[in-house]
Design a protein around this ligand. Sequence first.
Ligand SMILES: Cc1cc2nc3c(=O)[nH]c(=O)nc-3n(C[C@H](O)[C@H](O)[C@H](O)COP(=O)(O)O)c2cc1C
Length: 364
Amino acid sequence: MSAHPTLPPGRFGDLVGIPLPVVQGPFGGGLSSVELAAAVSEGGGLGSYGAHVHTPEEITALVAGLRAATGRPFAVNLWVPQEGEAEARRAPESVLAGHVERLRPYYEELGVRAPSAEDVRSWPDFDAQLDALIAAAPPVISLVMGLPPRRLVTEARRRGIVVVGTATTVEEAVALEAAGVDAVVASGSDAGGHRGAFLRPVRESLVGTFSLIPQVADAVSVPVVAAGGIADGRGVAAALALGADAVQVGTGFLAARESGASEAHRRILGTPEARTTVLTRLFSGRTARGIPNGFVRDMAAHEEHVPPYPVQNALMQPVRRAAAEQGRPEYVNLWAGQAAALAQEPSAAAYLSALVEQAAGAAG
Ligand SMILES: Cc1cc2nc3c(=O)[nH]c(=O)nc-3n(C[C@H](O)[C@H](O)[C@H](O)COP(=O)(O)O)c2cc1C
């Protein structure tokens, strides 16, 4: 081992078998990469991959790819469906056509085909995704936006898979523990990307990270992983001091060159522009935190009218993809947490070492 100051693995590190109490948060929507997850796992943290947009076949191949890239533990993450979403997906074509019309200027601007009703209806089904993931048996399965189905907990115990749930409130953390998760990510409202609230509406579940951590640590006995607004060693040390067993860093790792984020997205993280973030449903139909851009401002009046996930997500997918490919940040979903301006743009390994060394130094 190096002579640099380090942190002990703690209860979460011991649970999943990693030497450092640091998780690279999963990124959905194609922003994760095998390279990033493997670099973090090889560095002693827990690399993660967000797989909610993937088909069951892609999930099987993904887990094989992660296994080939690292012999260390890693996590794969899925989104639990929420009420009303299955119905939204089956909405009549006339209703879908109305939602497409709202976005037509953006399809035309970016030169992409508007999605068909079939594109929306064929969005991957959670139960099929979960079956494929359980069969592939990654070392850790993490979920967001709901409770783990019973069969996941049973099968995970049988196969030695660690199950991690995500809470945005104390009551969600307690419900997750009762449902049988092995650890809870306590995701404060500072965090970048989607809000995971599932017991109450998002607006009633916006607890800041530093308020949430000690209360969740007091309320559950499983290990607690602090997420949201942690982007340097000072944040890591503070979260551990507040009772977290480990930290989950998202935006900071998104800025690393190995991440799947577009250059337009990575370039803006770490700049003064990234000091302002907003919560918006416009890109996916579920509420997420990101840097406001032209699309968010132009569509602000439609916040309440866009359809739920996965409909809006499927309708926006061609816009998000084309904008990222064409380097048009005004149409990219610029997900970022409230500490995004602290993010640098080094390699994942260098960033992980800096987080740990600075935190160990700060802890004295
Ligand atoms: C671009 C992006 C995508 C994300 N996608 C997911 C996801 O699919 N599933 C999930 O559980 N968390 C997701 N998150 C949350 C992160 O895993 C992590 O908990 C969060 O980013 C921590 O807060 P921070 O961004 O302030 O570091 C995402 C975050 C970002 C920035």
